[in-house]
Design a protein around this ligand. Structure first.
Ligand SMILES: [Zn+2]
Length: 223
């Protein structure tokens, strides 16, 4: 079982290869419901459903799916999981347009596999009633409408592709996959001001302890 922190699961079996980890997070809400953060590559939904079955959670107990950004490795199984769970889906308002393929995303990284219209659009600072309360932070750079989700009480930061796990610390996601690295650097600087214990990266990592220190070390290196 991959419950990496109390109520925070890293879904098993969604990695495309041993060298390329993709961390789909499943969060226990207060009460009986659950929340997914990102959805994995196309075709990985059976692994997520198998994981839910393994921990004895009905798919329909997943009430929300939160997206960090448009890239295919995050949105690939969105439609399949939204259908199986009937969860409400959330993304930043800029990203929501790209996920709907209206207009088509022409930046680096792989665009969504198919258009999808999310149920709710977020803006910077919005609260989401999930996992005991999350705040959506607009953290552009990797993509225009990238968001990170912060759990204030427990100091958890689900950072999508703003950061890349690298050894015991983090780096910015490489420029080849990023729309505008200087903007990502500014977003990293902003996140370095939060009090973060666990930094839940999507690729590599996560950094479960002293995540804020890892962010600050990166910000210092980038100066
Ligand atoms: Zn990405």
């Amino acid at each position: 079982m991959a419950e990496i922190l109390p109520g925070v699961h890293q879904v098993e079996g969604v990695d495309p290869s041993p060298d390329f980890s993709t961390h789909v997070y499943l969060l226990k809400d207060k009460g009986a419901s659950w929340t997914l953060v990102d959805t994995g590559l196309p075709g990985t939904h059976p692994a997520t459903l198998a994981y839910l079955a393994k921990i004895k959670v009905e798919p329909t107990a997943v009430k929300k799916i939160l997206l960090t950004h448009l890239h295919r490795d995050h949105t690939g199984s969105l439609r399949a999981l939204a259908e199986k769970t009937r969860a409400r889906t959330f993304a930043h308002w800029v990203e929501a347009a790209y996920i709907a393929n209206d207009p088509k995303y022409d930046g680096p990284g792989t665009p969504p596999a198919e258009p999808f219209t999310v149920d709710e659009t977020l803006k910077d600072g919005d609260s989401v009633d999930a996992a005991g309360g999350l705040v959506a932070y607009h953290t552009p750079g990797h993509t225009p409408g990238h968001v990170a989700y912060y759990q204030v009480e427990r100091k958890l930061l689900f950072s999508g592709d703003l950061f890349f796990g690298e050894g015991a610390g983090v780096a910015l996601t490489p420029p080849d996959f990023t729309q505008h690295s200087p903007t990502a650097q500014i977003s990293a600087r902003r996140m370095s001001q939060l009090s973060v214990e666990s930094l839940l990266t999507y690729h590599g990592g996560p950094v479960l302890q002293r995540g804020g220190q890892a962010i600050r070390a990166l910000v210092e290196r980038l100066r």
